[in-house]
Design a binder for this molecule. Structure first.
Ligand code: NQM
Length: 371
């Protein structure tokens, strides 16, 4: 058995696909040039590959959790100074559709190694900077990949919470992510609003997030993700706040959207700056999204936000914010400049790891794509 089939069935289309772990998530990566050019046909192919219908995703590559049913479509960028375009898709499990509204910072970590390994970007001696445009939001990021021998290396000493072992570090430096989806850092025009009797901060520093104190929802914020997922009355209340906040953030009717994400904050318990539990938006994250963490960290340093638990008035400069989550901690470095009382975030940087898990051909029911 060589792995290459001698007589493949014509019932199945075979499309080159690489499964990558990016941070604490997994995605099927495709080159845009390998997928059907018509976006409608392309999405049928992706949904058939992942299984968008069944909640267990038993007939596809998806992992039956929002964190493991993600897709990245990569192409060379036409934008000067940028190497590749990264279009992210969140397969909405059981609904047979792909949400292209958000981007994903975890999967972003795998874009650089994928671009190097597929030959889209040549490796430099030592390390290689890959300039990435996040097509969903138009935001830009530089990913620094270790390339000691002219190849991406996956081996290294960097550990991230939520992933066993260590790997080579990938440095992500975001440019201009404030207002990525909503147009401004605080899309309601205020740093604090009240929806359904709960004080919140609506913030978009790379990801639209509604941040509120756990105690204002009657929980401590130290519960496990599983405990919170089982709390149906809490989840119903959070969804009610999300619908009101989403409209106020200019996102319209967010019932069918996976943004804004919802984060409960409470005092840090392990020496960090803040403790979090994040709903993405209806399932509690085992950790926290990358850009979600950047947005929460931003609320955390903003005077007047309910997330500013330490009553902090930060100075301009680089502020490292340690965001605790159910499986560990995530440090975000924010370059802050103040205009009056409101922080302006000049850039945000963080460390992730990634790894190629599988390379091959996704086998897709031809009839699902070309009925
Ligand atoms: O916020 C989860 C993840 C994410 C997205 C989600 C992410 C981000 O952990 O940038 O990384 O919010 O759906 O992959």
């Amino acid at each position: 058995m060589t792995g290459v089939l001698a007589a493949p069935s014509p019932d199945l289309l075979a499309i080159p696909c690489v499964l990558m772990r990016g941070g604490t998530s997994k995605a099927a990566f495709f080159l845009a040039s390998d997928l059907p050019a018509d976006p409608k046909v392309r999405d049928l192919a992706i949904l058939a590959a992942m299984d968008g219908v069944d909640r267990r995703q038993i007939d596809g590559l998806g992992g039956a959790n929002p964190l493991t049913t993600k897709v990245a479509i990569i192409s060379l960028s036409q934008q000067p100074g940028i190497d590749v375009d990264y279009l992210f898709g969140q397969v909405v499990i059981g609904e047979s559709r792909i949400d292209y509204a958000p981007t994903c910072g975890n999967i972003l970590a795998a874009v650089g190694p994928f671009a190097l390994e597929t030959g889209l970007v040549p490796a430099q001696p030592g390390e290689t900077k890959v300039g990435i445009r996040m097509v969903n939001t138009g935001s830009l990021c530089d990913a620094i990949i270790q390339t000691p021998d002219g190849f991406a290396t996956y081996e290294g000493e960097t550990a991230i919470s939520g992933v066993p072992g260590t790997s080579a570090p990938i440095r992500l430096r975001f440019r201009d992510i404030a207002g990525s989806t909503c147009g401004s850092l605080f899309p309601t025009g205020k740093v604090a609003d009240t929806f359904c009797g709960v004080e919140v901060t609506c913030v978009d520093n790379g990801m639209p997030v509604v941040v509120m104190r756990a105690e204002s929802l009657g929980v401590t914020g130290n519960e496990t993700a599983r405990e919170l997922d089982a709390n149906t009355s809490l989840k119903a209340r959070i969804e009610e706040i999300r619908l009101a906040a989403g409209a106020a953030m200019g996102l319209g009717d967010v019932r069918a959207k996976v943004v804004p994400k919802m984060t409960l904050v409470s005092p840090a318990v392990n020496g960090g700056d803040i403790n979090t539990r994040t709903f993405i938006p209806r399932v509690c994250h085992d950790a926290i999204g990358v850009l979600g963490a950047v947005s929460v960290a931003t609320a955390c340093v903003t005077p007047g936000s309910p997330a500013n638990l330490q009553g902090e008035v930060p100075l301009s400069g680089v502020r490292r914010v340690s965001v605790e989550h159910p499986t560990g901690e995530f440090t975000v470095a924010l370059a802050i400049e103040f205009e009056g009382a409101t922080p302006q975030i000049r850039d945000a940087a963080l460390l992730r790891t990634a790894r190629r898990l599988f390379q091959g051909l996704a086998s897709i029911r031809r009839k699902a794509v070309y009925p």
